[in-house]
Design a binder for this molecule. Structure first.
Ligand SMILES: Nc1nc2c(ncn2[C@@H]2O[C@H](COP(=O)(O)OP(=O)(O)OP(=O)(O)O)[C@@H](O)[C@H]2O)c(=O)[nH]1
Ligand SMILES: [Mg+2]
Length: 448
């Protein structure tokens, strides 16, 4: 580690602005010296104290001091916390004094967590879980983040890696005994275990992307002809008047967005300009933006005026605009739906935007549509593309391993096991996979 890594770092851990309490975290070898900078005594390890903080014989604040001795802290280093009053002036004076002191420097973004990771307090997937927890907007995101911090991904990945190491060691035995007749049983058992491991990875990969959906959220674009009631529906979903509604066709020009918790999935809903042929320059630009929004939305909610007999044509026109997944709403059901309504499919719901019960039904339908059925299932452990890529790579490597003749070309299969182990190691941030495999290989090998 570089010299800078050993410096004591400090930062304000609470949001900027006025608050009852603000917390300054200090981590590193001289963290315990911080209270003395303000004429206070550092409490004993695992204890707290109430102290007056004094600079130039003037009281700055009365604060709570906490001290945690390495390695019993979240960074694995000595940590001192100052819980002062959340006043801009108090915070500024304390931070300025710390910054001016030898051996202390302001922390960079994520540096406390980084030190925790470097000191083995957390693996990479746990660090990601922590980041997700801080970003969480819905309770589903929160539960998912805690599952990850608590090892929902780490535990199986470590177990799989352990199995891979065992398999590789057994394969090594085949290399050693290549010239002798090894019972076919050994190879069969090895193949079976490899197949089981591959199947376990496959079942987790086949989760409909539920974890990523919960983490990343979705974008839903409201698209439809002018006057169909898109803005009315957006307002009803938002529970406030976010967009202008009027009986004039072509009211909405710019894209208006709201955030919504859809069954635990954070959703961004976009209201857009109504689609029609004859329009002025500004409206045409609005329509261009509507089509663009439809293009990147996870779901296009097509809003049609169900009381207008021409809705099937309007629908066809929207269908041609974008190939994104769609769900259709026949709005204005209170006016009586036109006869064309007979041809509606399962991907269609008729509602009246003015009826709160219908809006509830819409929210429920959208939530069901977005949340894959197995979403609450504990088998969902992948929350990022990074995890998926690594698991896919391991899965594919095992597939290639199975393609080799274990008895006559064991070294080829061994290489694929190594690739799979390295891929899984990347999830938890194990960087010494090769070394580890090397040592375990030699420990397991018969006759070496
Ligand atoms: N009866 C009835 N009227 C509705 C319903 N939904 C919307 N409207 C009315 O239809 C008109 C158009 O509604 P908007 O929400 O502005 O329609 P829009 O699709 O956003 O229209 P543009 O922004 O012009 O494309 C307004 O007068 C609304 O009050 C509904 O379910 N029933
Ligand atoms: Mg509108």
């Amino acid at each position: 580690m570089s010299q800078a890594g050993y410096q004591t770092i400090f930062a304000i851990a609470t949001p900027p602005g006025r608050s009852a309490i603000a917390v300054i975290r200090i981590s590193g070898p001289t963290a315990g010296d911080a209270p003395a900078l303000f004429g206070a005594t550092c409490p004993a390890a695992g204890q707290f104290s109430v102290a007056r903080l004094v600079l130039d014989q003037r009281v700055i604040d009365q604060a709570i001091l906490l001290f945690m001795k390495a390695p019993h802290s979240s960074t694995g280093e000595d940590v001192c916390e100052i819980h002062c009053h959340g006043s801009r002036a108090v915070i500024d004076v304390l931070l300025a004094r710390l910054g001016a002191s030898d051996g202390f420097r302001m922390a960079q973004a994520g540096e406390f967590t980084r030190r925790g990771f470097m000191n083995g307090k957390m693996d990479l997937s746990g660090v990601e879980g922590l980041a997700d927890l801080i970003e969480a907007e819905t309770s589903t995101q929160l539960h998912q983040a805690w599952a990850q911090i608590d090892g929902a991904l780490r535990a199986p990945v470590m177990a799989w890696r352990g199995e891979l190491v065992q398999l590789a060691a057994q394969l090594e035995a085949l290399i050693d005994f290549a010239d002798e007749d090894l019972p076919a049983m050994v190879e069969t058992a090895l193949r079976e275990s490899t197949g089981d491991l591959r199947a376990a990875l496959a079942s987790h990969l086949d989760d409909g992307g539920a974890g990523e959906l919960v983490r990343d959220g979705v974008t839903i674009a409201l698209i439809g002809p002018v006057n169909a009631g898109k803005s009315t529906i957006l307002n009803a979903l938002a529970g406030r008047s976010a967009a202008i509604v009027s009986e004039e066709a072509g009211t909405t020009r710019d894209i208006i967005q709201i955030r919504l918790d859809l069954g635990g999935i954070p959703a961004t809903i976009l209201d857009t300009a109504g689609i029609r042929d004859e329009s002025g320059t500004i409206e045409a630009e609005g329509i261009r933006r509507s089509v663009e929004a439809a293009g990147f939305a996870n779901l296009v909610l097509v809003i049609l005026d169900g009381s207008d007999p021409a809705w099937p044509e309007a629908r066809q026109k929207i269908d041609r605009l974008t190939s994104q997944p769609k769900f259709y709403l026949l709005n204005k059901a209170d006016r009586g739906l036109s006869a064309a309504h007979a041809g509606k499919s399962g991907q269609m719901l008729s509602i009246s935007a003015k009826d709160p019960a219908d809006i509830e039904k819409l929210i429920e339908t959208l939530a069901k549509l977005l949340v894959p059925l197995n979403h609450a299932d504990a088998s969902v452990i992948i929350t990022r593309q990074r995890h998926r890529d690594a698991m896919q790579e391991a899965h594919d490597a095992l597939g290639r391993a199975l393609g080799h003749d274990f008895h006559h070309g064991p070294e080829l299969a061994a290489e694929d096991f190594r690739v799979a182990a390295v891929a899984l190691g990347r999830i938890t941030g194990e960087i010494d996979v090769e070394e580890l495999l090397g040592s375990i290989f030699s420990a397991f090998c018969i006759g070496k």
